[in-house]
Design a protein around this ligand. Structure first.
Ligand code: PLP
Length: 382
């Protein structure tokens, strides 16, 4: 079956007891022990596992082409579970340009915990090769396209380098989604999603997802971290996530088509100095993205706003203040389009230029979004 069919029918499961087309929500925190003191159902306590997760985990594992999936309480809980499954002293590579909260956690907590975290330009194979320490580097973390510049990393090339050095490759594929990229097909060992974003797609829950290529010992450690640290998703959130994934392909393709139109419209605009979007021919990551992303380049882009005396910061903030259709909020991947001045969110040390506005394109009419951003840019420069 094609992924569109798998997603739309959530793998076609029917509730065996009731013949319901959508699953019930299991709310129980605990499970009955058998009279002989065993747990033959395989479940004991819902911090470790929950039947409310089964269907969503199998759907996302299927869409990513992996062996198993696991739901987490947030994207951060999913990502940090991977790093917490490593041992103190292990060396890991992460990108210089990446999701800001995870970068902060890596620099402030993972290092305290004994991991040797090294940030590299993940778009530069030579830099990755020279940073790898064979036998000591255990994990390479990739995000593509990466916040907030939408830089593109070649997953297959990076996986080959990581594997030569004896390291695993994990990919934060939140922005690409399985609609456009299936990292496991390109050699990744683990795929991570903020389920909060496109997988759910309605800005109404926080969730995280991991998918593994193989049910190996490392995956068992990751599942143990979830069970013991407790970054476990709630049952209702798991149900909402499954519902959101049914429309994943429609939503993500619509958002990507609109993002492409918006990027092309503003690429030559007199009030915009640059549009950062891998779908624009000539943009730094375009060639790799065109090979690695199938059918679109995603719904995320950034624009750099021109300003007086060479500084677009004030003009960018003023532009965000004047939009009405776009909503001024952080996050991404919902049905409604969001705009934010990213440097304000990230603070000191951010790679985001001060004149950059990050745009998450939703599924509204692209013409409405273009017209609103046009009038906001003009009012900011009036
Ligand atoms: C949002 C996001 C995360 C973190 O997910 P949460 O659910 O907010 O914890 C990680 N990576 C990327 C690319 C994201 O956009």
């Amino acid at each position: 079956m094609k992924p569109e069919t798998i997603a739309a029918q959530a793998l076609g499961w029917i509730d065996e007891q009731t013949r319901a087309i959508t699953p019930p929500i299991h709310m129980s925190s605990t499970y009955l022990r058998d009279t002989d003191n065993q747990y033959r159902s395989g479940r004991a306590y819902a911090r470790a596992d929950n039947p409310a997760f089964d269907q969503a985990e199998r759907v996302i594992a299927e869409l990513e082409g992996g062996a198993q999936g696991a739901l987490f309480a947030s994207g951060m809980a999913a990502a940090t579970a991977v790093f917490q499954s490593l041992a103190p002293g292990d060396h890991v590579l992460a990108p210089k340009v990446m999701y800001w909260s995870l970068r902060n956690w890596l620099m402030n907590f993972a290092t305290n915990w004994g991991l040797q975290v090294e940030l590299v330009d993940m778009t530069d194979a030579a830099a990755v090769r020279s940073a790898l320490q064979p036998g000591k580097t255990r994990l390479v973390w990739v995000e593509t396209p990466a916040n907030p510049l939408w830089s593109v990393t070649d997953i297959a090339a990076t996986a080959a380098l990581a594997h030569q050095a004896g390291a695993r490759l994990a990919v934060d594929s939140t922005v690409a989604t399985p609609v456009f990229t299936r990292p496991i097909e390109h050699g990744a060992d683990l795929v991570m999603h903020a389920g909060t974003k496109y997988l759910n797609g309605h800005s109404d829950l926080i969730a995280g997802v991991l998918v593994t290529r193989e049910d190996d010992d490392f995956w068992k450690r990751v599942k143990t971290v979830r069970a013991q640290v407790g970054g476990t998703l709630g049952s209702f959130e798991a149900w909402l996530l499954l519902r959101g994934m049914r429309t994943l392909y429609l939503r993500v393709r619509a958002a990507s088509a609109a993002a492409q139109r918006i990027a092309e419209h503003f690429a030559q605009h007199e009030l915009v100095s640059a549009v950062l979007y891998p779908g624009l021919p000539g943009s730094p990551g375009h060639d790799v993205a065109a090979r690695q992303m199938r059918g679109g380049f995603g719904g995320m882009l950034s624009i750099r706003v021109k300003g007086d005396a060479g500084s677009g910061e004030a003009a960018a903030i003023a532009t965000a203040a004047h939009v009405t259709v776009w909503k001024r909020a952080t996050s991404l991947g919902g049905t409604e389009s969001l705009i934010e001045h990213r440097a304000s969110v990230e603070g000191a040390g951010t790679p985001a230029p001060a004149d950059l506005l990050r745009l998450s394109v939703g599924i509204e009419d692209a013409g409405d979004l273009i017209a609103d951003l046009e009038q906001a840019l003009r009012r900011a420069h009036a």
